[in-house]
Design a protein around this ligand. Sequence first.
Ligand code: 4NP
Length: 156
Amino acid sequence: MIKILFVCLGNICRSPMAEFIFKDIVKTKNLEKNFLVDSAATSDYNEKNMNSIYSEAKAVLDKNNIPFFDRVARQMKKSDYDKYDYILTMEDENIKNIMKIIGVDDKNKVFKLLDFTEKPRDIIDPWYYGDFDATYNDIKYGCEKLLEYILNEYVN
Ligand code: 4NP
């Protein structure tokens, strides 16, 4: 079982989108039994306020026929670092904040999602910048490349 945690600032836009997009990709490929997939926030704000996935993130998942269920945001815990094999963030700022939670990435588990593409870069926050379609496309492409990378790792 390969365990994957997607992490963003709020856990109501990008990381839940990545969670459900990745789940859909592995389901389509009949690989779902091989993966445990979850998402989390670096901040505690949306967990404290029991916020679920933001409506515009849900709308873009719906539009692209990605199944999802309503989930309440949760903040990443130090124990998640031991539990998960890959921790996929959206931007450099997420990595800085994760380090405050985990201390040190001594097992090299923390990456940015787009590190697995030919053009590594941040996935900007649609909560502040608004373009949920662009965010969807970045996340979808990153998830496809991530799966390719993981499958290669396990075959080789
Ligand atoms: P996300 O976007 O990190 O992609 O989930 C955000 C959503 C909410 C907040 C920040 C970022 N917020 O501060 O509530």
